[in-house]
Every structure is written in structure tokens, then in C-alpha cells.
Design a protein around this ligand. Sequence first.
Ligand code: NAG
Ligand code: NAG
Ligand code: NAG
Length: 422
Amino acid sequence: MLRKRIINGAMSKRLSFFILVGLTSLCILVLIFNQRYYNIIENHLQPVISDVEIRSRNNVKQHQDPFTIFSERINLSFLEIQDVVDQQRSNIERDMENYEYPNGKYGLNISHLDDLVMEKGGRPMRSVILANWRSGSTFVGDVVNSHPANFYHYEPLLDFGIVQVRRPPLAQSAIANIYALFNCEYNKLQNYLDFGKTHPWVFNHNTHLWTQCVIHRKICWDPLFVTKFCRIFPFQSMKLVRLRLRIAQMLLEDKSLGVRMVLLIRDPRGLMQSRKHRNWCPDSPDCSDPARVCADMVSDYEVAVRLREKYPRNFKVLRYEDLSVDPFSNAKELFEFYGLNFHSNVKKFLETHTKNDFGGVSSTFRNSKAAPFHWRNDLDFEEVEEIQSVCSTAMRLWGYVLALNETHQREFNPIAKDYQPL
Ligand SMILES: *[C@@H]1O[C@H](CO)[C@@H](O)[C@H](O)[C@H]1NC(C)=O
Ligand SMILES: *[C@@H]1O[C@H](CO)[C@@H](O)[C@H](O)[C@H]1NC(C)=O
Ligand SMILES: *[C@@H]1O[C@H](CO)[C@@H](O)[C@H](O)[C@H]1NC(C)=O
């Protein structure tokens, strides 16, 4: 009896031992399986999940099924974004196959595409055209954009309206927007993106982006899409007509951006004549009052003289009239300054766009049809006198000759002969 109880006791002890071991192993197995299961899911979905919204992962409840996370977080837009970006990335690699990198020329030690691509940890080559309304900046912007693999930030301050940014408080938000664009941080640019939904020209000069927007309308103004798309481009150009140099010089001071900037200048009589035909201009004195326009030109000149000395490699001045009279050699010089290859695409663009739209290689001041000079026929002498009365300082500084009377105005060369460009 006693023996039996002892045996029974030993057996039940042994039994509970085995049950315990069994249960423990089962637990371990379940744990391992769970871990595996999560790892597989995570490995497969990691890029997707982390890309969608890193923050939201922290909010996901511990015990939620990974497939629920998947279906909640991933949607067709997201897959479309991945697709378009992948496709564009291979287009860029193809376009850059035979590209001539600076390789130490122009002060640039760049020899490989990855050096220039943000998503690979590189820094893109960033070029800026600082101009004013109707000074030929759209043309110059398009010339630069004809270079391969360029992402064109056209008019970052469009949503500011018809104003000049000369000082705080507007200056802070303008500079913040420009930084966000150059760093492809479109999550900081909701206002700009919302404005673009009803003003397509925010994007439609950016040829690569717009080509995709036309096909993929749903994702075009999605900050996630534009950010990822922007980060694969090795070249980034920007044109600005609302920011004066006194503020814009901050971009040059920041060495980490590596910006190269061109100030584009035009004869104020040409500017004012061209603006007469724009209905958005007259209501804004920043655009229609020649006294303000020429005060800006004087201020730009004072800053330009200093910047030319301080940053000879990163700052340059270009007059629209000089470019127009000799587009090829001026464009070539412009590309050298930016450190960009004067690529066959650019030459092709100049060939097809300088003959008709721009007056042609022979468009000297004698040809009154040439865009920069036709104000001489389109303005009355009274109008010219009115502009000159408030612009003589700006004109002297930038090398433009005063018209003396109506006959003189129709046939003189408005470009000063002995002018020393900055
Ligand atoms: C789908 O994904 C896009 C891009 O991440 C996001 O903007 C959009 O809000 C998502 N839509 C839904 C319904 O989750
Ligand atoms: C370029 O690289 C060389 C050697 O790698 C270095 O000596 C030189 O300082 C670099 N130049 C610039 C402008 O960074
Ligand atoms: C206009 O100015 C030119 C240049 O000073 C002068 O030679 C010419 O006589 C002037 N014509 C008239 C009509 O005043």
C-alpha cells in the first residue's frame, strides 16, 4: 500500500515533470514561430512600412495582425509611387550613362552619379536663376532644364502672389520654402502643393515631374511622391522672380547647399513694356511701378558687387540683352559657371528655340523684332521718359543708355559700349 503510494507519487512527479517539459517546449516553439513569422513579414514589408509612415508604426497595437497593418497602411497610391519612382530612376541612370562629369573641373570633384543623388547620400548640383518678372528668366530656366536629369523648381514663391520679398517677415518663410525644396522636403510645403492643384504651372515647367503627373494624376500633389521623386535627381535648378538678392544671398552663405546663383538683369524699359501686357501686373506696385523696380535693381547691384568678390565661383551676373545677342556663347559660359556639361540636349534646345522665339543668333539691337529690344517701337517716348526719370541710376549701374528723343529711341543701341560687366 505504502509502496504503491510511493510509486504513484514518483510517477505523478515524473508525469508532471514531463508535462512541464512538454509545455515549456511548446511555449518556446510558439515563441520561435511567432518571431520567425514577424521577421518574414517585417523583412518583406519593411521598406514599404517604413516608407509609408514611420511614426504610425509606433502607434500600431502590439497584438495587431501584420496583415491588418499591411492592408491599412499600403494602398494603391503607394504602390503607384514606388513604380513611378523606380521607373524614373532607371531613366536617369540611362540618361547619365555617357555624361561628362566635372572630375575636378569648375571646382567640382564629382565623377559618379551617386555623388549627386540624395537618396544615395550624395549632394545634387544646385543652380539658381534670380530674376524679375519678364526679364527672360523663363527662357533661361528652360535652357538650364534642357540639361539631362534635371529637377526644375519653377518659381518656388508662386503662392506668395505678385510681391517682391525684400525683408522679414516674408523673407523667413521664403527662405524656409526654398530650403525645403532644395532638400526635397515636400511634407513642409503643403501650402505650395495645394496652390499647385489649381495652378498647374507650379509643376508643368518641371518636365520630368510633369510627364509623370499627366499620367499619374492621383499621386502628383502627394508630398510623399514628390519627395521620393525629387531625391533621385542629380541636378536641381530653381528660378526665382520674387526674391531680391539682399535676401537670396543667404543661400550662398550656406556652404552645405553648394548653390551656384546667377542674377539675371534686363533693361527696365524692356521689363515695363513687357509687363504692360500682363493683366496680373498692374494691380501690384512691386510689378508695375518703375520706381520700385529700379530701386530693386540698384539694391541688387550693390549686393552683387560684394557677392562677385566674395563668391566668384558661386555668383555671377547675366544681362538678358547679352544672352539674346549671342545665345550660344553666353549659354556655354552659363553652363561652365554652373559646372554643368554643355550637353548635346542643351545645344539642340538652343538651336530650336533661338531662331523664332528669341530673335535668332543675328538678333542684334538693330533687329527691332528681337525680344529684348522691341520696347523701342512699342513704347511712346513719353512712357520711356517716365521710366527713365526714376531709373537713371539703375540704368547707369547696369550699363543701359538713355533714349534722348523719339527718333533716337527708335534706332539707338540701348547697351552701353564701354560697360564693364561685373
Ligand atoms: C494612400 O497612400 C498615400 C501615399 O502614402 C496617402 O497619401 C493616402 O492618404 C493613402 N490613402 C489611404 C486611404 O490610406
Ligand atoms: C578634389 O580631390 C582631390 C583629391 O581627392 C583633393 O586634393 C582636392 O582638394 C579636391 N578638390 C576639391 C575642390 O574638393
Ligand atoms: C534726337 O537726339 C539726337 C541725339 O542727341 C539728335 O542728334 C537729334 O537731333 C534729336 N532729334 C530731335 C528731333 O530732337
